[in-house]
Design a protein around this ligand. Structure first.
Ligand SMILES: NC(=O)c1ccc[n+]([C@@H]2O[C@H](COP(=O)([O-])OP(=O)(O)OC[C@H]3O[C@@H](n4cnc5c(N)ncnc54)[C@H](O)[C@@H]3O)[C@@H](O)[C@H]2O)c1
Ligand SMILES: O=C(O)C[C@H](O)C(=O)O
Length: 347
């Protein structure tokens, strides 16, 4: 009892600032984390294990998941924990019971599998390795949990989300309401930086961040933050810092990878919000989804989630003149990265 109430208190403290309208009865919710033994995967799995929204937690990786799952299973929260590795029989040549068992019955599949950046690399430099990892895992989703909401963390998100969509299309199970790239870390960073700048508690800030998830394709709309004040130089600095926040962590880690702890937190916020939405709450959060708001086929913006996943992509509204400049710079880059993902599967 004491431990359970501690876990509940911990989770309450972690709750995101989201616009939540109402809640309905709970259901049995299964979350699968693919890449669960990694730098993001382990703390993300821990946070999911603590979440009152999760009933079954499934940890899948090519290494280490029996240990991760055994460790997590001793935490006295309500969810059960499963750890699975690929079977010795190579996918897709034969059955892959590990991935099948990890995925079957999943409501949400979160994918942080893949290599992270080292200093000097762009996210696009990860494409050659991570594209096929995401392709293989999403093939598993198409086969074993075609109705699950798939949340892609693996970089480059601007290309891995289109890859996932094309794989699902090939299997005849693509549902744009059930696929999203996780851009929540950009929102977390923007909230933190504005909070620090204004002397506000960052958890009371909710910055809209649009575009994609790489450098100048990340566009925080600070003009919409009520009461926030910046000189032109300050606005430029905080915008660029949000766009290149990932590089700041990569440089500080000096070859040991990229953001893991803040990303695990962001991935947990996103996942818990999706679970609440699937249960009937109306949740609005930014996500990179198939979209007709702009010329880009996929675009991050505030999205209303509900019982069916993505229920509505909210209108973009007016950008400030400063934001419009960044938007115009972003579009060719974003469209190129999206096309690269589409072509990878199509060719
Ligand atoms: N979307 C974002 O905001 C965001 C933020 C941070 C990191 N990332 C990305 O997340 C990814 C993971 O980062 P990390 O720091 O956790 O890396 P990591 O190397 O610590 O962990 C990756 C894990 O993926 C596993 N993996 C590799 N191939 C796999 C496969 N075929 N099936 C299942 N698991 C597999 C590895 O065994 C490893 O445990 C990177 O691509 C990174 O760029 C995205
Ligand atoms: O910067 C990276 O490579 C990881 C991630 O996309 C981030 O924004 O921290």
């Amino acid at each position: 009892m004491i431990f359970n109430s501690l876990a509940t208190k911990t989770i309450s403290a972690l709750r995101p600032a989201v616009r939540s309208i109402h809640s309905t009865a709970s259901q049995n919710a299964k979350v699968a984390v693919l890449g669960a033994a990694g730098g993001i995967g382990q703390p993300l799995s821990l946070l999911c294990k603590l979440s009152p929204e999760v009933d079954e937690l499934s940890c899948y990786d090519i290494v280490g998941t029996p240990g991760v799952a055994a460790d997590l299973s001793h935490i006295p929260s309500k969810s059960s924990t499963l750890g699975r590795l690929p079977s010795p029989v190579k996918w897709p040549m034969g059955p892959n019971d590990g991935l099948k068992e990890a995925l079957e019955g999943s409501d949400v599949v979160v994918i942080p599998a893949g290599v992270p950046r080292k200093p000097g690399m762009t996210r696009d430099d990860l494409f050659n390795t991570n594209a096929s990892i995401v392709q293989t895992l999403v093939e598993g989703c198409a086969k074993f949990c075609p109705d699950a909401m798939i949340a892609i963390i693996s970089n480059p998100v601007n290309s891995t989300v289109p890859i996932a969509a094309e794989v699902l299309k090939k299997h005849g199970v693509y549902n744009p309401k059930k696929l999203a790239g996780v851009t929540t870390l950009d929102v977390c960073r923007a909230n933190t930086f504005v909070g620090n700048h204004m002397g506000w508690d960052p958890k009371d800030v909710d910055v809209t961040v649009i575009g994609g998830h790489a450098g100048i394709t990340i566009l925080p709309l600070f003009s919409r933050v009520d009461g926030a004040k910046f000189t032109d130089d300050e606005l430029e600095a905080i915008t660029v810092r949000t766009q290149f926040g990932g590089d700041e962590v990569v440089a500080a880690k000096a070859g040991a990878g990229s953001a893991t702890l803040s990303m695990a937190y962001a991935g947990y916020l996103f996942t818990e919000n999706v679970l609440k939405a699937l249960r009937g709450e109306e949740i609005t959060q930014c996500a990179f989804v198939e979209s007709n708001l702009t010329e880009a086929q996929y675009f991050a913006s505030p999205v209303k989630f509900g019982k069916n996943g993505v229920e509505e992509i909210l209108p973009l509204g007016e950008l400030s003149a400063y934001e419009k400049q960044w938007f115009d710079k972003m579009m060719p880059e974003l469209k190129k990265q999206i096309q690269k993902g589409v072509d990878f599967v199509k060719k």
